[in-house]
Write a protein that binds this ligand. Structure first.
Ligand code: FE
Length: 222
């Protein structure tokens, strides 16, 4: 395993690709195969390139972490919904109209002052697409996939989260069948906020478990 220097890159991108990773310089085998297949299907008139573009656009721009943020905000605002989410996340998520696209089941993991959950896919990049959109590059990197298990507290520190020793840290390994949504802690000072305002506070990284949701910014007094 290649060591990644601590705090390399911006806080939101703490595990950048290393320049000497030769396999990053050319498209991966799977990318080349997908590209060839796509060219062939388009050439034979079996698929419409515009339809493929629309599909990619959907996942890049329409389905994104805002879906997950709506689920988190609902759970914060509605204790009965939160209970349903924690006992049967697949159904509770479907209540809001988000359906699993690959037949996967969902499990919601509640962060508390004493327990912090973080999600990884050690094997590849399993990720709850319908509610979080496309996985970030660092989530798919070999550095994150290995180090999230070997040194999770170190990884969290690189994301700017220094977890106290008395907080239990649980690392969850996603699979094709079971994927996870971290339910972050609702920050203090948000009692007056409605669901939409709460959702605006929720970040993608907080739903993977690599950061906490920050309290709302207090407007500066002129
Ligand atoms: Fe995977």
């Amino acid at each position: 395993m290649k060591a990644v220097p601590p705090n390399a890159g911006a806080p939101s991108d703490p595990l950048p690709e290393q320049p000497d990773h030769q396999h990053q310089l050319v498209p991966s085998d799977i990318s080349l195969r997908v590209k060839s297949l796509e060219s062939l299907l388009v050439e034979k008139g079996l698929v419409d390139p515009a339809a493929l573009d629309a599909l990619v656009d959907t996942y890049e721009n329409k389905v994104g972490p805002r879906n997950g943020a709506r689920i988190v905000a609902r759970a914060w605002a509605d204790p009965a919904y939160k209970q349903r989410l924690l006992s049967d996340a697949t159904s509770a998520i479907a209540e809001l109209g988000f359906l699993p696209v690959q037949g996967e089941h969902m499990l919601a993991l509640e962060n508390t002052p004493k327990v912090h959950n973080v999600v990884v896919c050690t094997l590849c990049s399993c990720y709850p697409w319908p509610i979080l959109g496309l996985p970030p590059v660092w989530y798919k990197s070999s550095a994150y996939r290995s180090r999230a298990v070997i040194d999770p507290r170190g990884v969290l520190r690189e994301f700017g989260l220094d977890l106290p020793e008395d907080v239990e840290l649980r690392v969850w390994d996603s699979t094709a069948e079971l994927r996870y949504l971290v339910l972050p802690e609702r920050p203090a000072g948000t009692e007056h906020l409605d669901e939409e305002m709460l959702a605006n506070l929720v970040t993608r990284n907080s739903m993977i478990g690599v950061e906490r949701v920050a309290p709302p910014r207090v407007p500066e007094v002129a």
